[in-house]
Write a protein that binds this ligand. Structure first.
Ligand SMILES: Nc1nc(=O)c2ncn([C@@H]3O[C@@H]4COP(=O)(O)O[C@H]5[C@@H](O)[C@H](n6cnc7c(N)ncnc76)O[C@@H]5COP(=O)(O)O[C@@H]3[C@@H]4O)c2[nH]1
Lengths: 196, 196
Protein backbone atom coordinates (compact mmCIF):
# COMPACT_ATOMS: atom_id res chain seq x y z
CA UNK A 1 0.00 0.00 0.00
CA UNK A 2 2.76 2.43 0.88
CA UNK A 3 4.62 1.33 -2.25
CA UNK A 4 1.60 1.94 -4.48
CA UNK A 5 0.96 5.33 -2.80
CA UNK A 6 4.54 6.36 -3.60
CA UNK A 7 4.06 5.25 -7.21
CA UNK A 8 0.91 7.39 -7.57
CA UNK A 9 2.58 10.47 -6.13
CA UNK A 10 5.69 9.90 -8.32
CA UNK A 11 3.47 9.54 -11.37
CA UNK A 12 1.21 12.57 -10.75
CA UNK A 13 3.77 14.75 -8.96
CA UNK A 14 6.65 14.20 -11.35
CA UNK A 15 6.34 12.01 -14.46
CA UNK A 16 3.06 13.64 -15.46
CA UNK A 17 4.85 17.00 -15.31
CA UNK A 18 8.09 16.18 -17.15
CA UNK A 19 6.88 13.73 -19.78
CA UNK A 20 4.09 15.77 -21.25
CA UNK A 21 4.41 19.11 -22.93
CA UNK A 22 2.79 20.88 -20.01
CA UNK A 23 6.22 21.88 -18.78
CA UNK A 24 5.52 25.54 -19.65
CA UNK A 25 7.86 26.62 -22.49
CA UNK A 26 9.55 23.26 -22.29
CA UNK A 27 8.00 20.65 -24.53
CA UNK A 28 8.74 17.78 -22.18
CA UNK A 29 11.46 15.21 -21.94
CA UNK A 30 11.09 13.40 -25.26
CA UNK A 31 11.37 16.66 -27.16
CA UNK A 32 14.42 17.54 -25.08
CA UNK A 33 16.11 14.26 -25.92
CA UNK A 34 15.69 14.91 -29.64
CA UNK A 35 17.06 18.44 -29.26
CA UNK A 36 20.01 17.18 -27.23
CA UNK A 37 20.88 14.49 -29.76
CA UNK A 38 20.79 17.02 -32.60
CA UNK A 39 22.61 19.84 -30.80
CA UNK A 40 25.33 17.74 -29.19
CA UNK A 41 25.70 15.34 -32.12
CA UNK A 42 25.68 12.25 -29.90
CA UNK A 43 23.84 8.96 -30.36
CA UNK A 44 20.77 8.54 -28.12
CA UNK A 45 19.35 5.25 -29.44
CA UNK A 46 16.46 5.04 -26.96
CA UNK A 47 14.57 8.29 -26.39
CA UNK A 48 12.98 7.30 -23.10
CA UNK A 49 13.60 8.08 -19.46
CA UNK A 50 15.32 5.11 -17.81
CA UNK A 51 14.21 4.83 -14.19
CA UNK A 52 16.28 2.62 -11.89
CA UNK A 53 14.42 0.74 -9.15
CA UNK A 54 16.92 -1.29 -7.10
CA UNK A 55 15.51 -3.92 -4.71
CA UNK A 56 17.47 -2.33 -1.84
CA UNK A 57 15.85 1.05 -2.58
CA UNK A 58 19.30 2.60 -2.30
CA UNK A 59 20.53 4.79 -5.16
CA UNK A 60 23.84 6.72 -5.03
CA UNK A 61 24.00 10.43 -5.85
CA UNK A 62 26.04 9.70 -9.00
CA UNK A 63 25.14 6.63 -11.05
CA UNK A 64 28.78 6.22 -12.03
CA UNK A 65 29.21 4.60 -8.62
CA UNK A 66 27.08 1.59 -9.55
CA UNK A 67 28.41 1.19 -13.08
CA UNK A 68 32.00 0.03 -12.46
CA UNK A 69 32.87 3.41 -14.00
CA UNK A 70 31.32 2.54 -17.39
CA UNK A 71 28.90 5.47 -16.98
CA UNK A 72 29.48 9.19 -16.40
CA UNK A 73 27.15 12.17 -16.22
CA UNK A 74 27.37 14.75 -18.97
CA UNK A 75 24.89 17.63 -19.13
CA UNK A 76 21.47 18.28 -17.69
CA UNK A 77 18.28 18.98 -19.62
CA UNK A 78 15.53 21.08 -18.09
CA UNK A 79 12.28 19.22 -18.77
CA UNK A 80 9.88 21.59 -17.05
CA UNK A 81 9.68 24.82 -15.09
CA UNK A 82 6.26 25.34 -13.55
CA UNK A 83 4.46 27.06 -10.70
CA UNK A 84 3.64 24.32 -8.21
CA UNK A 85 1.78 24.78 -4.91
CA UNK A 86 2.98 28.37 -4.63
CA UNK A 87 6.61 27.73 -5.58
CA UNK A 88 7.13 29.78 -8.74
CA UNK A 89 9.27 28.45 -11.56
CA UNK A 90 10.10 25.18 -9.87
CA UNK A 91 12.74 23.50 -12.03
CA UNK A 92 12.54 19.82 -13.05
CA UNK A 93 15.68 18.59 -14.77
CA UNK A 94 17.16 15.30 -15.88
CA UNK A 95 20.75 14.17 -16.48
CA UNK A 96 22.17 12.70 -19.67
CA UNK A 97 24.66 9.92 -18.95
CA UNK A 98 27.31 8.65 -21.32
CA UNK A 99 27.85 4.89 -21.26
CA UNK A 100 31.13 3.30 -22.36
CA UNK A 101 30.21 -0.33 -23.17
CA UNK A 102 32.82 -2.62 -21.55
CA UNK A 103 34.34 0.45 -19.85
CA UNK A 104 36.27 3.51 -21.01
CA UNK A 105 39.15 2.71 -23.35
CA UNK A 106 37.54 -0.52 -24.51
CA UNK A 107 37.19 0.85 -28.04
CA UNK A 108 33.40 0.61 -28.09
CA UNK A 109 31.49 3.66 -29.23
CA UNK A 110 29.78 5.37 -26.28
CA UNK A 111 26.02 5.91 -26.23
CA UNK A 112 23.95 8.46 -24.34
CA UNK A 113 20.82 7.94 -22.26
CA UNK A 114 18.66 9.91 -19.84
CA UNK A 115 18.72 7.87 -16.67
CA UNK A 116 18.07 8.40 -12.95
CA UNK A 117 16.99 6.52 -9.87
CA UNK A 118 13.39 6.54 -8.66
CA UNK A 119 13.81 9.18 -5.94
CA UNK A 120 10.85 8.08 -3.78
CA UNK A 121 12.74 4.82 -3.24
CA UNK A 122 15.88 6.62 -2.05
CA UNK A 123 13.79 8.81 0.26
CA UNK A 124 12.01 5.71 1.58
CA UNK A 125 15.41 4.11 2.21
CA UNK A 126 16.57 7.19 4.14
CA UNK A 127 13.36 7.28 6.16
CA UNK A 128 13.83 3.60 7.09
CA UNK A 129 17.41 4.25 8.21
CA UNK A 130 16.39 6.88 10.74
CA UNK A 131 15.10 5.98 14.17
CA UNK A 132 11.39 6.53 14.55
CA UNK A 133 8.48 4.35 15.55
CA UNK A 134 7.92 2.82 12.10
CA UNK A 135 11.51 2.39 10.94
CA UNK A 136 11.81 -1.30 11.93
CA UNK A 137 8.74 -2.09 9.84
CA UNK A 138 10.02 0.02 6.95
CA UNK A 139 13.36 -1.82 6.94
CA UNK A 140 11.75 -5.26 7.17
CA UNK A 141 9.36 -4.58 4.32
CA UNK A 142 11.72 -2.70 1.98
CA UNK A 143 11.65 -5.38 -0.70
CA UNK A 144 7.84 -5.54 -0.71
CA UNK A 145 7.48 -1.76 -0.84
CA UNK A 146 9.89 -1.54 -3.79
CA UNK A 147 8.14 -4.34 -5.68
CA UNK A 148 4.72 -2.78 -5.20
CA UNK A 149 6.10 0.63 -6.26
CA UNK A 150 7.49 -0.95 -9.44
CA UNK A 151 4.33 -2.89 -10.33
CA UNK A 152 2.00 0.04 -9.67
CA UNK A 153 4.18 2.44 -11.67
CA UNK A 154 4.36 0.01 -14.59
CA UNK A 155 0.56 -0.26 -14.61
CA UNK A 156 0.11 3.52 -14.46
CA UNK A 157 2.46 3.99 -17.43
CA UNK A 158 0.86 1.19 -19.45
CA UNK A 159 -2.70 2.40 -18.94
CA UNK A 160 -1.92 5.99 -19.87
CA UNK A 161 -1.67 6.13 -23.67
CA UNK A 162 0.42 9.33 -23.68
CA UNK A 163 3.12 7.75 -21.56
CA UNK A 164 3.18 4.18 -22.72
CA UNK A 165 6.50 4.43 -24.54
CA UNK A 166 8.05 7.25 -22.59
CA UNK A 167 9.76 5.44 -19.71
CA UNK A 168 11.77 2.30 -19.25
CA UNK A 169 11.47 0.96 -15.68
CA UNK A 170 14.54 -1.02 -14.65
CA UNK A 171 13.90 -3.13 -11.55
CA UNK A 172 16.97 -5.05 -10.45
CA UNK A 173 18.59 -6.96 -7.59
CA UNK A 174 21.62 -5.11 -6.24
CA UNK A 175 23.76 -8.26 -6.04
CA UNK A 176 24.23 -10.97 -8.64
CA UNK A 177 24.22 -14.73 -7.95
CA UNK A 178 28.01 -14.47 -7.44
CA UNK A 179 27.43 -12.12 -4.50
CA UNK A 180 29.03 -9.23 -6.39
CA UNK A 181 27.38 -5.85 -7.03
CA UNK A 182 25.70 -5.80 -10.44
CA UNK A 183 26.85 -3.34 -13.07
CA UNK A 184 23.91 -1.02 -13.79
CA UNK A 185 25.49 0.12 -17.08
CA UNK A 186 25.52 -3.49 -18.23
CA UNK A 187 21.84 -3.89 -17.27
CA UNK A 188 20.94 -0.74 -19.23
CA UNK A 189 22.91 -1.84 -22.32
CA UNK A 190 21.16 -5.20 -22.20
CA UNK A 191 17.78 -3.46 -22.01
CA UNK A 192 18.69 -1.20 -24.96
CA UNK A 193 19.66 -4.22 -27.08
CA UNK A 194 16.25 -5.77 -26.33
CA UNK A 195 14.48 -2.59 -27.39
CA UNK A 196 16.33 -2.12 -30.67
CA UNK B 1 -0.57 5.93 7.99
CA UNK B 2 -0.44 7.30 4.48
CA UNK B 3 -0.44 10.82 5.92
CA UNK B 4 2.43 10.06 8.28
CA UNK B 5 4.38 8.34 5.46
CA UNK B 6 4.03 11.48 3.33
CA UNK B 7 5.29 13.56 6.27
CA UNK B 8 8.39 11.38 6.68
CA UNK B 9 9.25 11.54 2.99
CA UNK B 10 8.63 15.32 2.90
CA UNK B 11 10.86 15.76 5.94
CA UNK B 12 13.75 13.55 4.79
CA UNK B 13 13.38 14.11 1.03
CA UNK B 14 12.92 17.88 1.11
CA UNK B 15 13.03 19.86 4.39
CA UNK B 16 16.17 18.05 5.56
CA UNK B 17 17.82 19.12 2.30
CA UNK B 18 16.77 22.78 2.14
CA UNK B 19 16.83 23.75 5.81
CA UNK B 20 20.30 22.57 6.69
CA UNK B 21 23.52 23.81 5.20
CA UNK B 22 24.02 20.59 3.30
CA UNK B 23 22.66 22.28 0.19
CA UNK B 24 26.12 22.18 -1.42
CA UNK B 25 27.40 25.75 -1.84
CA UNK B 26 24.07 27.02 -0.60
CA UNK B 27 23.94 27.48 3.15
CA UNK B 28 20.30 26.57 3.43
CA UNK B 29 17.09 28.53 3.62
CA UNK B 30 17.64 30.55 6.81
CA UNK B 31 20.93 31.91 5.48
CA UNK B 32 19.19 32.74 2.19
CA UNK B 33 16.48 34.69 3.97
CA UNK B 34 19.07 36.85 5.75
CA UNK B 35 20.92 37.46 2.47
CA UNK B 36 17.67 38.34 0.70
CA UNK B 37 16.62 40.80 3.40
CA UNK B 38 20.01 42.52 3.27
CA UNK B 39 20.39 42.54 -0.50
CA UNK B 40 16.83 43.58 -1.37
CA UNK B 41 16.41 45.90 1.62
CA UNK B 42 12.99 44.50 2.50
CA UNK B 43 11.55 43.58 5.92
CA UNK B 44 11.38 39.85 6.58
CA UNK B 45 10.24 39.79 10.21
CA UNK B 46 10.00 36.00 10.52
CA UNK B 47 12.93 34.11 9.02
CA UNK B 48 11.18 30.75 8.75
CA UNK B 49 9.62 28.73 5.96
CA UNK B 50 5.83 29.04 6.17
CA UNK B 51 4.23 25.80 4.99
CA UNK B 52 0.52 25.88 4.15
CA UNK B 53 -1.48 22.74 4.91
CA UNK B 54 -5.12 23.31 3.85
CA UNK B 55 -7.70 20.78 5.06
CA UNK B 56 -8.81 20.25 1.45
CA UNK B 57 -5.22 19.40 0.43
CA UNK B 58 -5.69 21.71 -2.54
CA UNK B 59 -3.13 24.45 -3.11
CA UNK B 60 -3.15 26.76 -6.18
CA UNK B 61 -0.04 27.30 -8.29
CA UNK B 62 0.15 30.94 -7.17
CA UNK B 63 -0.68 31.76 -3.55
CA UNK B 64 -2.06 35.15 -4.64
CA UNK B 65 -5.19 33.22 -5.61
CA UNK B 66 -6.04 32.38 -2.00
CA UNK B 67 -5.07 35.74 -0.54
CA UNK B 68 -7.79 38.04 -1.92
CA UNK B 69 -4.86 39.59 -3.83
CA UNK B 70 -3.10 40.74 -0.63
CA UNK B 71 -0.11 38.57 -1.54
CA UNK B 72 2.11 38.48 -4.63
CA UNK B 73 5.23 36.48 -5.51
CA UNK B 74 8.47 38.39 -5.87
CA UNK B 75 11.75 36.54 -6.42
CA UNK B 76 12.92 33.01 -5.86
CA UNK B 77 15.79 31.87 -3.67
CA UNK B 78 17.73 28.71 -4.48
CA UNK B 79 18.08 26.84 -1.19
CA UNK B 80 19.97 23.79 -2.43
CA UNK B 81 21.45 22.26 -5.54
CA UNK B 82 22.52 18.66 -4.94
CA UNK B 83 23.11 15.39 -6.71
CA UNK B 84 20.17 13.20 -5.78
CA UNK B 85 19.63 9.61 -6.92
CA UNK B 86 21.60 10.20 -10.11
CA UNK B 87 20.05 13.55 -11.03
CA UNK B 88 22.99 15.96 -10.96
CA UNK B 89 22.49 19.48 -9.64
CA UNK B 90 18.82 19.04 -8.77
CA UNK B 91 17.56 22.50 -7.88
CA UNK B 92 15.44 23.15 -4.77
CA UNK B 93 14.09 26.70 -4.67
CA UNK B 94 11.60 28.71 -2.64
CA UNK B 95 9.56 31.82 -3.40
CA UNK B 96 9.53 35.08 -1.44
CA UNK B 97 6.03 36.56 -1.27
CA UNK B 98 5.19 40.17 -0.51
CA UNK B 99 2.13 40.67 1.68
CA UNK B 100 0.12 43.91 1.64
CA UNK B 101 -1.76 43.91 4.97
CA UNK B 102 -5.43 44.85 4.27
CA UNK B 103 -4.66 44.72 0.54
CA UNK B 104 -2.62 46.81 -1.90
CA UNK B 105 -3.20 50.54 -1.61
CA UNK B 106 -4.34 50.28 2.02
CA UNK B 107 -1.34 52.29 3.17
CA UNK B 108 0.10 49.52 5.34
CA UNK B 109 3.77 48.72 4.90
CA UNK B 110 4.26 45.40 3.06
CA UNK B 111 6.21 42.57 4.63
CA UNK B 112 8.01 39.68 2.96
CA UNK B 113 7.89 35.97 3.81
CA UNK B 114 9.03 32.68 2.32
CA UNK B 115 5.84 30.70 1.95
CA UNK B 116 4.59 27.70 -0.05
CA UNK B 117 2.09 24.90 0.09
CA UNK B 118 3.03 21.43 1.32
CA UNK B 119 3.53 19.78 -2.08
CA UNK B 120 2.75 16.20 -0.98
CA UNK B 121 -0.75 17.41 -0.10
CA UNK B 122 -1.34 18.88 -3.56
CA UNK B 123 0.01 15.73 -5.20
CA UNK B 124 -2.23 13.63 -2.91
CA UNK B 125 -5.19 15.79 -3.95
CA UNK B 126 -4.39 15.26 -7.63
CA UNK B 127 -4.00 11.52 -7.12
CA UNK B 128 -7.43 11.38 -5.43
CA UNK B 129 -9.03 13.26 -8.33
CA UNK B 130 -7.94 10.74 -10.93
CA UNK B 131 -9.83 7.54 -11.51
CA UNK B 132 -8.07 4.49 -10.16
CA UNK B 133 -8.99 1.74 -7.73
CA UNK B 134 -8.08 3.68 -4.57
CA UNK B 135 -9.34 7.13 -5.51
CA UNK B 136 -12.72 6.83 -3.74
CA UNK B 137 -10.95 5.96 -0.52
CA UNK B 138 -8.44 8.79 -1.01
CA UNK B 139 -11.21 11.33 -1.51
CA UNK B 140 -13.22 10.10 1.48
CA UNK B 141 -10.24 10.20 3.82
CA UNK B 142 -8.62 13.44 2.61
CA UNK B 143 -9.23 15.28 5.88
CA UNK B 144 -7.73 12.44 7.98
CA UNK B 145 -4.69 12.14 5.71
CA UNK B 146 -4.03 15.89 5.89
CA UNK B 147 -4.42 15.95 9.69
CA UNK B 148 -2.04 13.04 10.18
CA UNK B 149 0.45 14.63 7.76
CA UNK B 150 0.32 17.85 9.79
CA UNK B 151 0.67 16.20 13.20
CA UNK B 152 3.51 13.89 12.11
CA UNK B 153 5.40 16.74 10.45
CA UNK B 154 5.03 18.95 13.53
CA UNK B 155 6.45 16.15 15.69
CA UNK B 156 9.39 15.57 13.33
CA UNK B 157 10.25 19.26 13.38
CA UNK B 158 9.89 19.55 17.17
CA UNK B 159 12.04 16.52 17.92
CA UNK B 160 14.87 17.59 15.63
CA UNK B 161 16.81 20.32 17.44
CA UNK B 162 18.32 21.74 14.22
CA UNK B 163 14.90 22.38 12.74
CA UNK B 164 12.81 23.35 15.70
CA UNK B 165 12.53 27.03 14.79
CA UNK B 166 12.98 26.76 11.06
CA UNK B 167 9.42 26.16 9.84
CA UNK B 168 5.98 27.46 10.66
CA UNK B 169 3.28 24.92 9.78
CA UNK B 170 -0.02 26.58 8.97
CA UNK B 171 -2.92 24.11 9.04
CA UNK B 172 -6.24 25.73 8.14
CA UNK B 173 -9.81 25.10 7.02
CA UNK B 174 -10.41 26.37 3.50
CA UNK B 175 -13.77 27.96 4.37
CA UNK B 176 -14.65 30.15 7.33
CA UNK B 177 -17.81 29.83 9.48
CA UNK B 178 -19.48 32.28 7.05
CA UNK B 179 -18.99 29.79 4.23
CA UNK B 180 -16.55 32.13 2.47
CA UNK B 181 -13.00 31.22 1.44
CA UNK B 182 -10.49 32.22 4.09
CA UNK B 183 -7.79 34.75 3.29
CA UNK B 184 -4.46 32.97 3.65
CA UNK B 185 -2.58 36.29 3.83
CA UNK B 186 -4.69 37.23 6.85
CA UNK B 187 -3.91 33.87 8.49
CA UNK B 188 -0.18 34.39 7.91
CA UNK B 189 -0.24 37.96 9.28
CA UNK B 190 -2.07 36.72 12.38
CA UNK B 191 0.58 34.02 12.87
CA UNK B 192 3.38 36.57 12.45
CA UNK B 193 1.82 38.83 15.10
CA UNK B 194 1.72 35.87 17.52
CA UNK B 195 5.40 35.12 16.85
CA UNK B 196 6.65 38.67 17.32
N1 LIG C 1 8.06 22.31 -2.63
C1 LIG C 1 8.90 21.31 -3.00
N2 LIG C 1 9.96 21.64 -3.78
C2 LIG C 1 10.87 20.71 -4.19
O1 LIG C 1 11.82 21.05 -4.91
C3 LIG C 1 10.66 19.34 -3.77
N3 LIG C 1 11.34 18.17 -3.98
C4 LIG C 1 10.67 17.21 -3.34
N4 LIG C 1 9.59 17.73 -2.71
C5 LIG C 1 8.64 16.98 -1.91
O2 LIG C 1 9.33 16.27 -0.89
C6 LIG C 1 8.88 14.90 -0.81
C7 LIG C 1 10.02 13.95 -1.09
O3 LIG C 1 10.55 14.17 -2.36
P1 LIG C 1 11.14 13.00 -3.31
O4 LIG C 1 12.23 13.62 -4.10
O5 LIG C 1 11.50 11.80 -2.50
O6 LIG C 1 9.86 12.55 -4.20
C8 LIG C 1 9.55 13.23 -5.38
C9 LIG C 1 10.46 12.73 -6.47
O7 LIG C 1 10.57 11.33 -6.45
C10 LIG C 1 9.74 13.15 -7.71
N5 LIG C 1 10.21 14.47 -8.08
C11 LIG C 1 9.60 15.64 -7.86
N6 LIG C 1 10.35 16.64 -8.35
C12 LIG C 1 11.47 16.08 -8.87
C13 LIG C 1 12.65 16.57 -9.54
N7 LIG C 1 12.85 17.87 -9.78
N8 LIG C 1 13.59 15.68 -9.94
C14 LIG C 1 13.42 14.36 -9.72
N9 LIG C 1 12.34 13.83 -9.09
C15 LIG C 1 11.38 14.68 -8.69
O8 LIG C 1 8.33 13.17 -7.37
C16 LIG C 1 8.17 12.88 -5.98
C17 LIG C 1 7.02 13.67 -5.41
O9 LIG C 1 7.29 15.04 -5.53
P2 LIG C 1 6.39 16.20 -4.85
O10 LIG C 1 4.94 15.84 -4.91
O11 LIG C 1 6.75 17.49 -5.50
O12 LIG C 1 6.75 16.29 -3.30
C18 LIG C 1 7.99 15.91 -2.77
C19 LIG C 1 7.76 14.76 -1.81
O13 LIG C 1 6.56 14.92 -1.10
C20 LIG C 1 9.54 19.04 -2.96
N10 LIG C 1 8.65 20.01 -2.58
Amino acid sequence: DYGSGLAYSYFYGYLNIILSSMGSEYKGLQHNIELFEAREGVPMPIKKLFILIPASAHIPSDLRQVSHDWMESTKKVVSAEINRAGVKNRVYSNTVYKIHPEGEGSGHRPIYVVIEGATPMLTFYEVSQHAHKDSDTYRRFTKEVVELFYKTLQTLLNTNPDYQDSCELVYYEDYGPDGKRVNVAEIILERIRKLL
